[in-house]
Design a protein around this ligand. Structure first.
Ligand code: ZN
Length: 290
């Protein structure tokens, strides 16, 4: 499943090929995604120009300068400007991917949407399970209910151990589901929560409200480390976004605990254990994590 590092890698991979380009045609082969593709999607997009790509949590944000805005030059002598921008909110769901293809390159099964660009390239969306979606937002992205309640980005300055400490006081829930709560911090999925807790030496079952500030500071550092390592590793796959073969962008990083239950702990050699927390499988080392 695409996690924050994969979405960030996707952003970096496709950005140089789409930014500044005009969308000249939109092809929707299958619009029944998790959120159906809006009826006016094609009409709204054609003629728009793509601005600098951004990411918020696992949403890819594609700003569009609309065709109307392009033609309004010279108007508005009174200084009043019409809203000139919109944003595509793209979520890759469980199995979605975006890559760059060339005009004339035949679509494969599950290639649901093409944005055809004015240089003969196209942005192609592939999603076998169709849990992803794309939505068109007019103006204020941050006010969209899907984004408004999100916690800080884990790699930003607004995320630190003090925040984890403060938000966890009085809470009995286990620290792992606490760390995976998007209102606390975004983008820490099951893999990265398990790995960060291992690096910080914290037992995933421990009550969130009973962990010290010092240990939360170590955990915040570990969260940044595992995500940054995954993004760095993803950088080595950037060429996959423009190759005509294979699936782009998802990479295996060396994992210490995730998916390794029953195997030996890399630190102490003990057997890694499996526990279920918040309906999610969690692997940890009972010797190294307290
Ligand atoms: Zn161990």
């Amino acid at each position: 499943m695409p996690e924050l590092p994969e979405v960030e890698t996707t952003r970096r991979g496709i950005a140089p090929h789409v930014e500044g380009r005009e969308i000249v045609e939109v092809i929707v082969r299958q619009g029944r995604l998790r959120v159906p593709v809006p009826d006016d999607f094609v009409d709204r997009l054609v003629g728009s120009r793509i601005g600098p790509l951004a990411r918020r949590a696992k949403y890819l944000l594609i700003p569009l300068r609309t065709a109307e805005a392009d033609t309004s030059e010279g108007a508005g002598a009174d200084g009043v400007e019409e809203p000139s921008s919109a944003t595509l909110l793209w979520h890759l769901g469980m199995s979605g991917s975006l890559r760059i293809a060339r005009l004339g390159e035949l679509p494969k099964k599950h290639d649901h949407i093409d944005l055809v660009l004015d240089d003969g390239g196209l942005l192609r969306y592939h999603d076998p399970r169709r849990f992803g979606f794309v939505d068109w937002l007019a103006g204020g992205v941050e006010q969209d209910p899907r984004l408004a309640r999100l916690g800080p980005e884990p790699l930003s300055d607004t995320f630190d151990g003090e925040r984890l400490y403060r938000l966890s006081r009085g809470r009995r829930m286990a620290v792992k589901p606490f760390l995976m709560d998007n209102a606390v911090v975004v983008g820490v999925g099951n893999i990265y929560a398990a790995e960060a807790l291992f690096l910080a030496g914290i037992d995933p079952r421990r009550a969130a409200g009973r962990i010290s500030l010092e240990r939360y500071e170590r955990l915040a550092v570990a969260v940044r480390e595992v995500l940054a390592a995954a993004i760095t590793q993803g950088g080595t796959t950037l060429r996959d976004f423009v190759s005509g073969t294979g699936e782009p962008g998802y990479f295996k990083q060396r994992l210490n605990v995730y998916g390794r239950h029953g195997q030996a702990c890399r630190r102490c050699g003990g057997e890694l254990r499996l526990v279920t927390l918040g309906q999610r499988a969690s692997v940890f080392c009972i010797e190294c994590q307290h």
